[in-house]
Design a protein. Structure first.
Length: 301
C-alpha cells in the first residue's frame, strides 16, 4: 500500500526522473538508504517506470489530433484497426456521443489530413471529427517543455535509446553502452536533457495510485482558450489538457480513484470561469495507449 512518502517520491520523479537519491531524501525527510529502497520497491512492484520521453518535435511528430468516431455496428473491428496504425497513440471504446475515440501524432497538417482520410475508411466508420491541438498544457505521460535547437549525432541517439529503456541508468553504464568515457557520457546526457530533446520521468501505473476512473472531456470556452487552458492545468485530477481547433476549444482527461471524486473533478471544470459547454465521454475500454519511452527510436544519418 502506497503512503504519503511514496506519493511524494513519485511526484518528484515525474518532475525529474534522474534526481539523485540524496535530493529525493532531502525532499521527503528520510535517509538516502530508505529512499533508495522505496524507489526500488516502487519500480519492482510496477507502480512506476522511470524512462526517457522523447520530445515529439525531434522526430517530426509535432501535430497532435484527437479523433471522435461515429460508428455503425460493433466497435471491436475499428479498435483492432486503430491498434495497428503507427500514427495512433491512443484508442478506446467510449460511452457518449461517439462510440470510439483516438489520438494521433503526425508530422504536419498535411499528414493529419492524410491520416484522417484513411481513418474514415476503416471498418464501421460513418464519420470522424477531429480536434487539432495547438498547445499542450499538461500530460501525465510526458513533459510539456520547450525544444531548443540542437544538432544530434549517432552517439547522441545511442544515449537517447538507452535513456528510453532505463531513465535512471548510471553515467557509468551509459558510457559503457555507447563506448564513451563517463565524463563524456555525462556531458552529452546533460546537454540532451537541458535542450529538451529527452525528459526522464516516472510513468505511474494508474491503478497503483487508485486512479481507476478516467473520463475524457471537451470544452467550448467563452473567451481566451489559451488562458483558460493554463488555468485548468493547475486543477488536480486533470492528467491531460490541450487547447486547439475543431469541435472543441480545449480537450482533457480526468482521472480519479472513484466515481464520486470523478464527478467532483468534472464539476470543478464546469464551474471554472470562462468555461461554456462541456461534453464528456467515458473510456469503457482502452485498446491502445502508447506512452513515452515505449517506442525505440532509430537514428538515421
Amino acid at each position: 500500500m502506497l503512503d504519503a512518502v511514496d506519493a511524494a517520491l513519485m511526484r518528484a520523479l515525474q518532475g525529474d526522473g534522474r534526481a539523485t537519491f540524496q535530493a529525493l531524501a532531502d525532499g521527503v525527510g528520510l535517509s538516502r538508504t530508505a529512499v533508495r529502497a522505496r524507489v526500488r520497491q516502487l519500480v519492482q512492484s510496477g507502480a512506476i517506470r522511470i524512462v526517457g520521453v522523447l520530445h515529439a518535435g525531434v522526430v517530426g511528430m509535432e501535430v497532435l489530433g484527437h479523433v471522435s468516431f461515429r460508428v455503425s455496428g460493433p466497435v471491436g473491428a475499428l479498435l483492432d484497426a486503430l491498434g495497428e496504425r503507427e500514427a495512433v497513440t491512443f484508442a478506446a471504446q467510449s460511452a457518449g456521443r461517439f462510440p470510439a475515440v483516438a489520438q494521433v501524432r503526425v508530422a504536419d497538417d498535411a499528414a493529419l489530413a492524410k491520416e484522417l482520410a484513411e481513418l474514415r475508411s476503416l471498418p464501421g466508420v460513418d464519420g470522424a471529427e477531429v480536434f487539432r491541438a495547438n498547445a499542450v498544457f499538461k500530460d501525465a505521460h510526458s513533459s510539456v517543455r520547450e525544444l531548443h535547437d540542437i544538432e544530434l549525432d549517432a552517439l547522441d541517439w545511442r544515449l537517447v535509446r538507452q535513456l528510453l529503456r532505463d531513465g535512471r541508468a548510471s553515467y557509468a553504464d551509459l558510457a559503457r553502452q555507447v563506448g564513451l568515457s563517463q565524463a563524456a557520457a555525462r556531458s552529452r546526457v546533460v546537454r540532451l536533457l537541458n535542450s529538451g530533446v529527452v525528459h526522464v520521468t516516472a510513468l505511474v501505473e494508474p491503478s497503483a495510485v487508485g486512479a481507476n476512473e478516467r473520463l475524457g472531456f471537451g470544452v467550448r470556452c467563452r473567451g481566451d482558450a489559451e488562458a483558460l487552458g493554463a488555468s485548468l492545468a493547475n486543477m488536480s485530477g486533470i492528467s491531460f489538457l490541450a487547447s486547439g481547433f475543431g469541435r472543441y476549444d480545449i480537450i482533457g482527461v480526468l482521472t480519479a480513484p472513484d466515481r464520486c471524486q470523478l464527478v467532483e473533478a468534472l464539476e470543478a471544470v464546469r464551474s471554472a470561469p470562462g468555461v461554456g459547454y462541456v461534453e464528456c465521454w467515458d473510456h469503457l475500454s482502452v485498446r491502445k495507449e502508447r506512452r513515452g519511452g515505449e517506442r525505440p527510436v532509430e537514428w538515421t544519418a
